[in-house]
Write a protein that binds this ligand. Structure first.
Ligand code: NAD
Ligand code: IPM
Ligand code: MN
Length: 355
């Protein structure tokens, strides 16, 4: 039994979250996983209802859940208001202590030619961004005047140590290479980051560590994406580099993420936003949200089911089902349905034969 809180949010958030939830319901029912689902208001939708993007009631539900599946928040409707939907997301990350944000990216078989980058450049790319999620500029003291404003960037040794360990542990299960990305030629926080990551690395002699500056990494990421395995970086750099990384696979709509931290509760969400330009038209690519649901299954210990769901996404893509972001005509809901057909087929094939 595990309690899943669904925070659909705004824009395409509800469209992609709906498809991911339907996949989880199907798998949970067929395999007797006993997952339960509960919808709660979050982001702009919650501001409209209560004035608060992360209302008390949603907060309690999140704290009492085993995992949270999130769509996306934000949109022009709330820009310029006194409280932003994004503030709810940040508050959730802070209160649930979600310091580790894992964002995997790779090329899908059959999609190499859909990246704006040349197929020979992206072929075989497979990387994981480990983004620190509760420190840096996002969470430092802010001064917001009409003539002057500032955002304080701070990192403590402990904050760097714990995220570095996440990256090295992840690298051990992959190709055993960590690229730690900073701006140590300019920033004091980056120099602390580099020192602490180097110290943590001594506990992982089997993992290769390289340090790189964020500006040249932004270039190398798309000129030589196959050079990277685990990319370890701070909050803002991780935000920017992971969106850049999405062009390797062909669309930001494909990318999933998991955020874990100091409490047992974890959040699973596609890395994209609410995409106001395509919201409400059934055009969104739900693959990233569905792949996030697969990460959620992994987190709950249902790894066989996670692999089934991942394989179903791959099969749908390989079968030519492509949403508009990938130049195809498949609707968001049709893609979700196709994934569920593939899940069904795998579950039937895996059923033990009657004697
Ligand atoms: P965005 O990721 O929403 O959209 C960027 C571009 O990618 C748009 O052209 C959009 O149509 C496209 N896109 C994104 N997801 C897609 C999908 N699943 N399928 C097909 N195309 C997709 O970024 P933005 O436009 O800069 O931000 C819009 C709003 O979303 C802002 O309010 C921002 O703060 C918010 N945002 C929220 C989250 C989150 O909830 N985690 C993440 C990023 C941005
Ligand atoms: C993301 C988003 C958020 C971030 C925003 C919406 C606060 O861009 O999840 O990548 O900057 O972390
Ligand atoms: Mn982002």
């Amino acid at each position: 039994m595990a309690k899943i809180v669904i925070l659909a949010g705004d824009g395409i958030g509800p469209e992609v979250a709906r498809e991911a939830e339907a996949c989880l319901r199907l798998i949970s029912g067929a395999r007797g996983l006993g997952l339960t689902f509960e919808d709660h208001l979050f982001g702009g939708a919650a501001i409209d209802a209560s004035g608060d993007p992360f209302p008390e009631e949603t907060q309690r539900a999140c704290e009492n859940s085993d995992a949270i599946l999130l769509g996306a928040v934000g949109g022009p409707k709330w820009d310029g208001g006194s409280v932003r939907p994004e503030a709810g997301l940040l508050k959730m990350r802070g209160t649930l202590g979600l310091f580790a944000n894992l964002r995997p990216a790779r090329t899908y078989a059959g999609l190499e030619s859909f990246s704006p980058l040349r197929a020979d450049i992206v072929k075989g790319a497979d990387m994981l961004v480990v983004r620190e999620l509760t420190g840096g500029l996002y969470f430092g003291d802010k001064v917001e005047g009409t003539e002057e404003a500032s955002d304080l960037c701070t990192y403590s040794r402990g904050e760097v140590e714990r995220i570095a360990r996440v990256a090295f542990e992840a690298a051990r299960k992959r190709r055993k290479k960590v690229t730690s990305v900073d701006k140590a030629n300019v920033l004091a926080t980056s120099r602390l980051w580099r020192r602490v990551v180097t110290e943590v690395a001594t506990q992982y002699p089997d993992v290769e560590l390289e340090h790189a500056l964020v500006d040249s990494t932004a270039m190398a990421l798309i000129t030589h994406p196959t050079r990277f395995d685990v990319i370890l970086t701070e909050n803002l750099f991780g935000d920017i580099l992971s969106d850049e990384m999405s062009v390797i696979g062909g669309s930001i709509g494909l990318l999933a993420s998991a955020s874990t931290g100091t409490t047992g509760t974890a959040v699973f969400e596609p890395i994209h936003g609410s995409a106001p330009d395509i919201a409400g038209q059934d055009f969104a690519n739900p693959a990233g949200a569905i792949a996030s649901a697969a990460m959620l299954l992994d987190h709950l210990g249902h790894s066989a089911e996670a692999r089934i769901l991942e394989a179903a996404v791959e099969q749908a893509i390989a079968g030519g089902f492509r949403t508009r972001d990938l130049g195809g005509g498949t609707r968001c809901s049709e893609f979700g349905e196709q994934v569920r057909l593939s899940v069904d087929a795998q579950l039937t094939a895996n059923q033990p034969k009657l004697a």
